[in-house]
Write a new protein. Structure first.
Length: 129
């Protein structure tokens, strides 16, 4: 199961729309109530309504997934805190794969980069295992 955060947004809908029809199980997560429509329209397997700033909501969304695609909000004043919440919940849930999809300003945040570091492999290149 793959969790996609901000699934009701433009980028999140595109990610869900690519993964679901490819036969992958997708849990769509968003604060917007219309996230539940993604189950039928975009091919999501499940939908969870919740707030990225609510730790319990994030933990509930991450519970039982193997992978997370975190679509960070582009201009939200609390975007780093949202990212930290998702990374922390993913660590606790032993998520195997984590993709941080966000504006460059969030990725360059030293605190978010250091929090996500355990998900980044120490090897690179086409021959890496």
């Amino acid at each position: 199961m793959i969790l996609v955060t901000q699934a009701s947004g433009r980028t999140g809908r595109s990610v869900v729309g690519a993964l679901g029809p490819a036969g992958l199980e997708v849990r769509a997560f968003d604060i917007a109530d219309d996230v539940e429509q993604l189950v039928g329209e975009q091919g999501a397997t499940q939908a969870v309504v919740g707030d990225l700033l609510n730790v319990d909501d994030v933990r509930r969304a991450v519970d039982g997934v193997d992978s997370v695609v975190h679509v960070g909000p582009p201009m939200h004043p609390w975007k780093a805190e949202m990212g930290h919440a998702v990374v922390s919940a993913a660590r606790v849930a032993d998520v195997e794969h984590f993709v941080q999809f966000s504006p460059r300003t969030t990725i360059q945040s030293p605190t978010l980069a250091s929090t996500a570091a355990p998900f980044v492999p120490s090897h690179h290149g086409p021959d890496a295992a």
